[in-house]
Design a protein around this ligand. Structure first.
Ligand code: BGC
Length: 761
């Protein structure tokens, strides 16, 4: 009864005040506006308006967004709209009453974008995405996602950039800068350690302080410091015992006090359990919200929540709102330049393509004019993954269409064979039970059809060569498995093998195209192929992008931002993924510590299929004349070197800077990436001098006992590589004394003992 009276009186106050006008929000009067707000208004603002079914309610303006905040008209506070996501804006394409469809551009997935190693291009993609966000009346786009690709089975890896925090941080920063240049906000997510989908809303990620600081937080730190995102989204999972969204040390001590973040933190959708703890931790906004309203009102009444905490969080939300198009009443057009954005998507998709293998078949000879096109994904391109990372685009260019656009014919009979199969899969698809497995993706998840041998023989007789596309999809809400994602199915291997035998018998070649979101197994079948081209899930222009590469219109310049291991069991986390107990995990213990990706494979000398940073070109590059601007590192060190195109066609090269540090006092990976740079388009014979800078923090390791980043004195080796294994230039330098680079707070320690799973060295 008492509770009812309290709630009633607060609602009463809200209603009375709601009628009285107050100060209208401006940059100058935030404290005054907060003072004029009722507690219920404050709570109402800090919990979103709840789930909004697509097309319902508030719309015309941005239908189908993921969430909104409440408006308070009497104080001039508008509602702001927040929409996904990483590969393009996700809104409803056909809102009620609209005079034309609201399509958005599907850009390459984050992993594909990272494969360009071209932050300037990623910034351009961001600007296009930001423009669509603004022109469709959305204020914040819930991207970029930059969790580390710890285990290749994580279902959302395609939304994340890399296994390496430096690449992840730089790419995310570029994306934020691009999007925010359009006057809309971003949300870097999921902070932190949302590295699996299995039990993502409850799983306890148990991570050493060192691995957290060096691997799982580092990308966020780079992005926060280099791009000032308007918002951060806290992760669903627990981290070392507590929900990420309820950890003051994570959301305030580290994020704000140490890194200087001054934006807003929002929860992931229904993330965390204790709304009061979230408010106190500095998780300012609860999304999609509403159901926590009573709990917070009650906590205020019970004095278990201090109104000052609400004031602090409201202040951050108002500061955010002031920056939005909603506040300035921006007259959005609903007519972004989709054609121009599609061109940006094509350019990014083309630069993302990684040539894994080439026995001289690529670029295609001009005479190769009739192609036998195998594999269902050749006809229905997988543009991206499912869930928050989906985009409602108008049209995607398939590989078949890409070839035809370039004047290359594909065999009609074979096309008919695949189209009959695709139609029948679609016809017989059941309505899915889970939202993250939409019907429109049934083809991507279907088994390859069995192609009769006589069909392959006919094709080998009449075609110039074969292209076989292997496709994979995955998505939010579930993790992939070794046998359905990583390894090829018997049918896929059999198709490659039979094509290879039959075409090779006729002296014709077989190219395998990988339309995938993350690493798959290649070592058991790659001998059957003459070339392997990794096109990723590269958005709506994927087919054209692939063809630009195979025809030689564009020289491939993408490199891997992840490792392709030989076996899944070679991945250091495979033993503990997705957690313990295996069938319904509670804890996910990161037993491999800092040894993620190439840091592990290189240090422990585990063979891989394709290493981190790898990618072939149609031309060759020579690296020469490395110079350092000093021998002894005191503050910043500048490293420059020359890259020359010594081949026969124009191309771009990506150079990577690794550091090998002394290991007398603390164990370290064999080498770590601390910089990268991409040349411009170099003509044959042309050279470019490249310059990279490293700072003292790039030499430092995180010492848990002393809570500090420390750079050890000793000799360091700079390695400039065309990949993590293909090192072209080396230069040592000396740090003459130990340097305590940064002292930080003692926090985020594991609540469960971590027994290392690493082999002895
Ligand atoms: C995802 C977020 C997404 C949000 C809103 C959540 O389930 O984890 O990445 O931004 O939904 O759609």
């Amino acid at each position: 009864m008492q509770r009812f009276i309290n709630l009633f009186s607060i609602f009463f106050v809200l209603n009375v005040c709601a009628q009285s006008p107050g100060p209208v929000l401006t940059k100058e009067n935030i404290p005054e506006v907060i003072a004029a707000m009722t507690p219920a208004e404050k709570v109402g603002l800090l919990v979103g308006v709840g789930w909004i079914p697509p097309g319902e309610g508030v719309m015309k303006k941005a239908s189908g967004v993921a969430g909104r905040t409440m408006s308070i008209p009497r104080l001039g506070i508008p509602s702001i709209a927040l929409a996904d996501g990483p590969a393009g804006l996700r809104i409803t394409p056909h809102p009620e009453g609209a005079s034309h469809p609201y399509f958005c551009t599907a850009f390459p997935t984050a992993t594909a974008l990272a494969a360009t190693w071209n932050p300037a291009l990623v910034e351009q993609v961001g600007a296009a995405m930001g423009n669509e966000t603004r022109e469709y009346g959305v204020d914040i786009i819930l991207t970029p996602a930059l969790n580390i690709q710890r285990d290749l089975l994580c279902g959302r890896n395609f939304e994340y950039y890399s296994e390496d925090p430096h690449v992840s941080g730089k790419m995310a920063a570029a994306m934020v800068r691009g999007i925010q240049s359009q006057g809309v906000g971003t949300s870097i997510k999921h902070y932190a350690a949302n590295n699996q989908e299995t039990n993502r809303e409850t799983i306890n990620a148990v991570i050493s302080q060192r691995a957290l600081r060096e691997i799982y937080l580092r990308g966020f730190e780079i992005a926060v410091k280099e791009s000032e995102p308007w918002t951060v989204m806290s992760a669903y999972n627990r981290l070392n015992g507590y929900y990420a969204s309820e950890r003051y040390d994570l959301l305030t001590t580290v994020l704000r006090e140490e890194w200087g973040f001054d934006g807003l933190v929002m929860s992931d959708w229904k993330g965390g359990r204790d709304a009061v703890a979230q408010m106190n931790a500095g998780n300012d906004l609860l999304m999609p919200g509403r159901y926590q309203y009573e709990e917070l009102i009650q906590a205020l009444a019970d004095h278990t929540l201090d109104e000052k905490v609400l004031d602090r969080n409201v202040e951050r939300l108002l500061e955010l709102i002031l920056k939005t198009p909603a506040y300035s009443n921006y007259d959005f057009s609903t007519l972004p330049d989709l054609e121009a954005h599609s061109a940006v998507s094509r350019q990014a998709a083309t630069e993302a393509v990684v040539l894994l293998k080439n026995r001289g078949v690529l670029p295609l000879e001009k005479e190769a004019r009739h192609i036998a096109l195998f594999g269902k994904s050749s006809y229905e391109f997988i543009t991206g993954g499912t869930g928050a990372g989906e985009v409602n685009y108008k049209k995607a260019v398939s590989i078949k269409e890409g070839l035809q656009n370039a004047g290359i014919s594909i065999d009609d009979d074979l096309e008919q064979f695949y189209m009959r199969f695709i139609d029948s899969v679609k016809l017989h698809a059941k309505e899915p039970v889970e939202w993250w497995f939409p019907k429109k993706y049934v083809v991507a998840y279907a088994q390859e059809p069995i192609v009769p041998s006589h069909v392959i023989e006919e094709q080998a007789a009449i075609s110039d060569l074969a292209i076989i596309t292997i496709g994979r999809s995955s998505g939010e809400g579930w993790d992939r498995t070794d046998d359905t994602y990583f390894r090829l199915s018997d049918r896929e291997k059999d198709l490659i093998h039979r094509c290879s035998t039959t075409f090779h018998a006729k002296g014709k070649e077989v190219i395998v195209v990988l339309n995938i979101g993350g690493a798959i197994e290649t070592s058991s079948w790659q001998d059957d192929s003459d070339a392997i081209v990794l096109v990723w899930q590269s958005g709506q222009q994927g087919g054209n992008a692939l063809v630009d590469i195979v025809t030689g219109k564009v020289t491939p310049s993408g490199k891997l931002p992840i490792t392709f291991p030989v076996l899944y069991s070679d991945v250091p986390s495979s033993e503990s993924f997705p957690g313990d107990p295996i069938d319904n995990p509670v804890h996910s213990i990161y037993k491999e510590g800092i040894y993620v990706g190439y840091r592990y494979f290189d240090t422990f000398d585990i063979p891989v299929s394709y290493e981190f940073g790898y990618g072939l070109s149609y031309t060759q590059f020579e690296y020469s004349d490395i110079r350092l601007n000093g021998e002894i590192l005191e503050d910043n060190l500048e490293i420059s070197f020359e890259i020359t195109n010594c081949g026969k066609v124009s191309g771009k090269e990506i150079a990577q800077l690794y550091i090998k540090a002394p290991t007398e006092r603390i164990d370290k990976p064999l080498k770590e990436l601390k910089g990268f740079v991409k040349t411009g388009l170099l003509k044959p014979g042309e050279s470019q001098r490249m310059t990279l800078k490293i700072g003292i923090k790039d030499l430092a390791s995180f010492w848990s006992g002393v809570d500090a980043w420390i750079a050890d004195k000793g000799t360091y080796l700079i390695e400039i590589g065309a990949s993590s294994k293909d090192i072209r230039l080396k230069h040592p330098f000396v740090l003459s004394r130990d340097v305590m680079v940064e002292k930080v707070s003692d926090c985020l320690y594991p609540n469960v003992k971590i027994e290392s799973s690493l082999p002895k060295r």
